[in-house]
Design a protein around this ligand. Structure first.
Ligand code: PEP
Ligand code: MN
Length: 350
């Protein structure tokens, strides 16, 4: 869903009764506008929600309480507004080329850490498709710790993803590291993700707020849940509300896993935001045998999706060889998740 990004943010939420008439809604909107403040009307849920946009002191004086049709008035005191569940108490469902994410729709994204060649990516995509996955992931621009390690195929990688996506009918996702690559990424890619290392690159986030493409935002390895939500607010503030959040593990003193998967962040995020929350068990695990147990935990904790690294020949992968699952046997993993999801009445989008 897109919104004009120049409007500021709601400071106050006016929840109308589900029985409120359109005249009653119009009356409230009129009062807001007469005061010089802005009104954002959301009718995605059962009851209309009106966000009041303007200076806090000016808005506080407006006499909404007790007016016909008004159920409740809630000041939005947190730093994040557009993405908060306090403002919109719903489960936002995001559409990626017809595949829904959020609510009862679970996204099972999979594919190689990096696009290495056309053949490797095509095989990975065929395997994801056959296993019943939602979308193909693949890094074309790779954020590597060493400047001498494989950095990805760049624009050629985007072209490969696009071709393979068309061939298999899977939507494709990749990481954007630099706003200078935005144009080819927009041309070839269906879901753009911001990696952990760029979660707090606020200019890049604002840039993505102005595009009409779903965005996935990965939690920084040292970022708090609130910082992740504030990063999402940077995107939403500019008008793009098609945002998926991703928990991918944080850095703690523990060294037995690559990162510590913060399972608690899933219910916390779900309580704080209406946006879908997915989990990357692969980068948290760092090792193949740990990926499925962490994925199971994520599903049980209420995640709206998973993004899993799979590769036709993981031992020979050019990056993250130890954690990628063999794509040829990914079907077993998908079926296992499907059984767990059935408990919550969720289905995998495909
Ligand atoms: C990735 O998903 O390819 C990746 C680099 O993950 P992260 O940004 O979470 O480290
Ligand atoms: Mn990786």
């Amino acid at each position: 869903m897109a919104r004009n990004g120049n409007s500021g943010a709601p400071e106050l939420m006016v929840l109308m009764r589900s029985t409120a008439s359109s005249d009653e809604v119009d009356h409230i909107v009129g009062l807001i506008q007469e005061s010089g403040a802005g009104a954002h009307v959301d009718q995605s849920g059962e009851a209309t929600v009106i966000g009041v946009i303007g200076q806090r002191a000016q808005i506080a004086a407006l006499p909404f309480e007790g007016l016909p049709g008004v159920e409740r008035v809630v000041p939005l005191r947190k730093g994040f507004k557009w993405v908060s569940r306090e403002y919109l108490d719903r489960d936002t469902v995001i559409d990626i080329c017809g595949r829904k994410v959020g609510g009862r729709h679970f996204a099972l994204m999979a594919g190689p850490c990096a696009v290495e060649s056309y053949e490797q990516t095509l095989q990975a995509a065929k395997d994801v498709k056959a296993a019943g996955g939602t979308l193909l992931r693949g890094g074309a621009f790779k954020p590597r710790s060493s400047p001498y390690a494989f950095q990805g195929l760049g624009v050629r990688g985007l072209e490969i993803l696009s071709a393979v996506g068309q061939e298999t009918g899977l939507p494709v996702a990749t990481e954007l590291m630099d706003a200078r690559d935005l144009e080819p990424v927009l041309e070839h890619i269906d879901l753009i993700w911001i990696g952990a290392r760029n979660m707090a690159n606020f200019n890049l986030l604002s840039e993505l707020g102005r595009v009409r493409k779903p965005v996935m935002l990965k939690r920084g390895m040292s970022a708090t849940v609130e910082e992740l939500l504030m990063a999402a607010e940077y995107v939403a503030k500019e008008g793009n509300e098609d945002i998926i959040l991703c928990e991918r593990g944080i850095r703690t003193f523990e060294r037995s896993t690559r990162f510590t998967l913060d399972i608690g962040a899933i219910p916390v995020l779900k309580a704080e935001t209406h946006l879908p929350v997915i989990v990357d068990p692969s980068h948290a695990a760092g090792k193949r045998p740990l990926v499925a147990p962490l994925a199971r935990a994520a599903v049980a904790a209420g995640a709206d999706g998973l993004i899993v690294e799979t590769h036709p020949n993981p031992e020979h992968a050019l990056s993250d060889a130890a954690q990628q699952l063999p794509s040829g046997s990914f079907g077993g993993f998908v079926r296992e998740m499907e059984q767990l999801l059935a408990v919550d009445g969720k289905t995998i989008s495909r």
